[in-house]
Write a protein that binds this ligand. Structure first.
Ligand code: SER
Length: 312
């Protein structure tokens, strides 16, 4: 591989596991992790690490030149729930960082970009079940708006300037190594932590709220696969629908109960319920499966087993 990889937002839920995976594939010294702070100590101590503000174009450019970066994974973002509290900050972070990276590729300093979009690009007027790749998209969260506009920019930079940018619309991601922060789907991670700690969980979404989800190993696999695919196989340059499984809080609680029979759950929906209600319940990802052979592996009980075994 020519040139190195930079992961922006490497301290986060997905970035931290992506860093480990990419180092195992491309070599320890080929992957530079970066984040805005030193908070993820394990990540900081695991190899090359730079403090980097994704909104600082100059710093980003210097970092790429210093390390001969040719590929960027832009994992820094403010998620849906936090974004509703800080709408302007969410807009600035999520859109400026993407434009910076796209402009680095336009100027040929870097060759390739991964940027995640989200199921949050969809809204209340989108068909709720088996949501197709191409459909009505009227997001009602700031986070969703930034992802939708980001998708437009990705396609634009690809068509106008030949930028090799690749993207996936992640659903909720479930993992045990690093906590998610500020998302509407975070309940599906919290529930396992609370089940082991207190054997009970108060859920901030109602029992029948169905949302698309994916286990981290599947999310990382999808990310690696789309980046390793031949450019001609990436026929969609906005962002690909990606599905694993869909379940409700009630269903995940039942799955936990199979392994922890005394577990109980209560429901106290808060402002995140409205966000969840505006998103699809299930996703049609035919294009990802056809174009670059996407396939998920983990179903709900397999996820529950992995989560409880590892968190113990
Ligand atoms: N997990 C994200 C959120 O809940 C969705 O992309 O905000």
């Amino acid at each position: 591989m020519e040139g190195k990889i930079l992961i922006i937002g490497a301290g986060g839920q997905i970035g931290s596991e992506l860093t480990v995976k990419l180092r195992s594939i491309y070599g320890q010294d080929q992957v530079i992790a970066s984040d805005i702070n030193y908070n993820n100590v394990a990540l900081v101590n695991s190899g090359f690490f730079e403090i980097l503000d994704a909104q600082d174009f100059k710093a980003l450019k210097v970092c790429c030149e210093k390390h001969n970066i040719k590929t960027i994974y832009l994992m820094a973002a403010m998620l849906s729930a936090t974004g509703e509290k800080y709408p302007n900050k969410a807009w600035d972070l999520n859109t400026e960082s993407l434009l910076h990276v796209l402009n680095l590729a336009k100027s040929k300093l870097i060759d390739k970009i991964f940027w995640p979009s989200s199921i949050a690009v969809f809204g209340p007027s989108t068909p709720k079940e088996n949501t197709p790749q191409y459909t009505i998209m009227e997001p009602t969260t700031v986070y969703g708006i930034t992802k939708q506009v980001g998708e437009r920019w990705c396609e634009y930079y690809h068509q106008k300037y030949g930028v090799d940018v690749r993207s996936i619309r992640y659903p909720g991601i479930i993992s045990w190594k690093t906590l998610p922060g500020g998302g509407t789907t975070d309940y599906a991670v919290e529930i396992y932590h609370e089940a082991l700690k207190n054997n009970t969980y108060e859920c901030f979404l109602s029992e029948e709220t169905n949302l698309p989800m994916l286990f981290m190993d599947d999310a990382i696999k999808a990310t690696v696969d789309i980046m390793q695919a031949k450019p001609e196989d990436i026929k969609i340059r906005s962002s690909y629908n990606l599905a694993g499984i869909s379940f409700t809080p009630q269903e995940i609680a039942a799955s936990v109960k199979k392994q922890l029979p005394g577990f109980t759950i209560t429901y106290k929906p808060d402002f995140r319920q409205a966000i969840a209600n505006s998103w699809p319940g299930s996703i049609n990802d035919t294009e990802a499966r056809q174009h670059w052979n996407w396939k998920h592996s983990f179903d709900l009980d397999a996820i529950t087993k992995e989560m409880l075994d590892n968190l113990k």
